[in-house]
Design a protein around this ligand. Structure first.
Ligand code: GLY
Length: 281
C-alpha cells in the first residue's frame, strides 16, 4: 500500500525495478498508473520475478543518452580519467540483443565542458565526500554510469572498477604513467599526480564469435594478428592451443582500438585493421 501511495505521487511513465538479480529482465516501464499498481503487487506479492522482486525499487523515468565517467581516488583526492561511451547492442545501428559491449568511443561529443563541470560538482565530488562521511576508506577506480538528460547528468549506476569496453578507449588516450598513479593512490598523495590525456579520439570495435550473445562455437584459429598497424589489439576471449596457435575461447574475442582526429578517422582505422584479422564465423 505504501508503494502504491508513492506511485500516486509520481507522474507517468512509472519505473519498477526488481532489486535482486533478474538476468536483465526485472525492469518494467509503465504508462498507466493502475497497471503500475497491479504490476507492483505482482512483483511483491506474487513473485513475478521470483525472489528478485521481493524488494522493488520505484524509480524516476529518465530519457536521455548514457555515458561512462571514471575517476581514480585515494579517498581524499581524485583524478578524472577520459570519459567514454559504450555500445551494448549486438546489431548495426544500436539494434538487437544486449551484449557485454560491442565497442566504445572516447571522448564523448555530448560530454562538453558545461556537462562535465556539473558531473564534477554535483556527482563526483559529492560521492567522494559521501564515502568519507560514511567512513568508507575507498581507494581505487569509481565508474559513474550516467545519463545525460537535457544537459544534466543523472547517476544510473556506480561500479568500483573500470568499464569494458570503455577501458580500451580510455587507456588508449592515457599519456601518463598509470603505475605512478596507483602508487600515489596507495600513499594517499594523488593530488601530486599530473595526468596527460591525448586529445585524439579513440574508438574500440569488438570482434565476436558468430552467434554471440547467444550460443557460439570456440577454438577457431585466429589469423592476421601480426598483420596490424597503428592499432591496439586487446585479447578478451582468446587462448593459445597445444599447437601454439591463438584460438577463440569466448563470445567477445578481440577488441581493436585506434586513435584518430575524429570518430570516423579512428573507426576507419579499426575496420581496416579488422580486415586483416580472421577466424571462422
Ligand atoms: N561497459 C559497462 C560496464 O563495464 O559495466
Amino acid at each position: 500500500e505504501q508503494g502504491k501511495e508513492f506511485l500516486r505521487t509520481l507522474s507517468s511513465p512509472y519505473v519498477l525495478k526488481a532489486d535482486g538479480l533478474a538476468a536483465g529482465k526485472g525492469v518494467l516501464i509503465l504508462d498507466d498508473l493502475n497497471q503500475a499498481e497491479k504490476e507492483l503487487e505482482d512483483m511483491l506479492k506474487n513473485e513475478k520475478f521470483g525472489e528478485a522482486s521481493s524488494k522493488v525499487v520505484i524509480e524516476e523515468f529518465l530519457s536521455g543518452i548514457e555515458c561512462s565517467v571514471f575517476v581514480l581516488t585515494d579517498g581524499d583526492n581524485y583524478v578524472l580519467l577520459p570519459e567514454a561511451k559504450d555500445y551494448k547492442r549486438i546489431g548495426e545501428g544500436d539494434t538487437g540483443l544486449n551484449t557485454g559491449g560491442m565497442g566504445s568511443i572516447s571522448p564523448v561529443p555530448f560530454c562538453n565542458e558545461e556537462f562535465m563541470q556539473k558531473v564534477k560538482t554535483n556527482i563526483i565530488e559529492r560521492t567522494i565526500q559521501g564515502l568519507k562521511a560514511e567512513n568508507i576508506n575507498y581507494q581505487g577506480f569509481i565508474f559513474f554510469g550516467l545519463m545525460n538528460v537535457g544537459g544534466d547528468p543523472y547517476v544510473i549506476e556506480y561500479n568500483v572498477r573500470m568499464g569494458d569496453p570503455e577501458s580500451e578507449s580510455v587507456f588508449a588516450r592515457f599519456d601518463s604513467d598509470i603505475v605512478e598513479a596507483f602508487t600515489l593512490v596507495k600513499d594517499k598523495r594523488l593530488k601530486e599526480y599530473n595526468i596527460n590525456i591525448n586529445p585524439l579520439t579513440a574508438t574500440t570495435v569488438m570482434l565476436c564469435s558468430g552467434g554471440y550473445p547467444e550460443s557460439y562455437e570456440k577454438n577457431k584459429v585466429i589469423s592476421g594478428l601480426d598483420n596490424t598497424f597503428d592499432a591496439i589489439i586487446y585479447h578478451a576471449g582468446t587462448k593459445e592451443n597445444a599447437d601454439n596457435q591463438i584460438v577463440t575461447s569466448g563470445g567477445r574475442v578481440l577488441a581493436v582500438t585506434c586513435l584518430g582526429e575524429k570518430i570516423q578517422d579512428a573507426l576507419d582505422k579499426c575496420y581496416k585493421t579488422i580486415e586483416n584479422i580472421s577466424f571462422d564465423k
